[in-house]
Design a protein around this ligand. Sequence first.
Ligand code: UTP
Length: 415
Amino acid sequence: MEDYKKAIKKLNKYNQEQIIPLLEKLTENEKQKILYQINNINFNKITNLYNELSKKQPISSEGIDEIVAYNKDKFKQEELNYYNSIGEKIIKNNEYALVTMSGGQGTRLGYDGPKGTFQIDIEPKSKFLFEILADNLKEINLKYNVVIPWYIMTSEENNNDIILFFEKHQYFNYPKEYIKFFKQDNLPLLTENGKLIIGSKKNIKEAANGNGGIFIAMYKNGIIKDMEKRKIKWIFIGSIDNILLKIADTILIGIAEDKKVKIATKSILKNSPEEKVGAICKKNGKIHVIEYSEMSDEMKNKRNIDGELTYGESHIMCNLFNIKALKMLSKKSLPYHIAHKKSDYLNNEGVLVKPETPNVYKFETFIFDAWSYFNEIVILRGKREEDFAPVKNRQGVDSPETAIKLYNDYYNKNN
Ligand code: UTP
């Protein structure tokens, strides 16, 4: 009863009384769950995020500058050997860990389940996306005689499914004590009028707070402490959906260590001015990723003296962080980006409505916005055919079909 009163008071205070009639229709069990949710939502935060929406300034390209990347192809062999040996030493000293971000919803793929549990028919055998990573890790472990700790970020929506999946597949024979799952935070979805909605599972609809939620999630779940205990120095944070992701690029690690930076990233060059990827640049002197949608045509087409796209260094979710950077970032806040999405909801009569057009705002932070806290970054340009085969869309570009082709071409060339 106390919880109920507290929740109603909160809903009234923040003008969210539209869900009260639906609360009355729930079973006792459902009611308990939703009351718990209401009492844990940070209403102040979502009200502020909603109020900020109308104040969003259009993005200007002023203060944007080109950034220079290292290019593996331009290194001499002795330079490659030098960086490689530094990188290898870090892995052999057990100072390296992998974090996989798999808290996303994977809406574009339209697959019913966490993306990592999606199976893809690659050479020499069909594998789940998580299995590809597990196999790559095992190969590296064998090469360097280590066991790399593997941290997997999940979200409220997919955490249980992911853990059950790993149990079902015996952790793909990866030592279980070296795998840790941790959940990122959620934020409620808001309608265009700033209202909460209830979904078919009879809860307030929420979504993961974006891949930038990783720093706080690592801190809150004791992951940073665990890494410190294991004396980890460099942490690679990658996405779940790039099946050519190189999770331990010793050149990248070696340059980052040698140049004494705290962050590094792998990029690839855009394949055309129109490719829809974020580009790494400098904005007012700070490292920044400019979204495709934020670039004018002039910026998209601008070329440098080498004839390459000036803003062509694409961010491919291939990020290396020093433990000191992660510690610092876990105490910082990142800006929120807003996505306009479609979301089912129960109307006042308890009937499920499936909108045809976007009806809710989703609030997300992005991992690369953390870079603005640093003055220096190492960017290493990789190659599309070696580093990037994303599984994003159900069909067409960046789909399982295109990813399989890229993966198999790479596999057949290297085996
Ligand atoms: P995307 O931004 O491509 O999102 O994620 P997504 O959820 O996979 O797919 P869509 O946009 O709904 O179709 C890039 C990486 O960031 C992770 C994803 O799991 C993926 O590895 N991510 C994204 C999170 O871990 N948490 C989030 O809140 C969002």
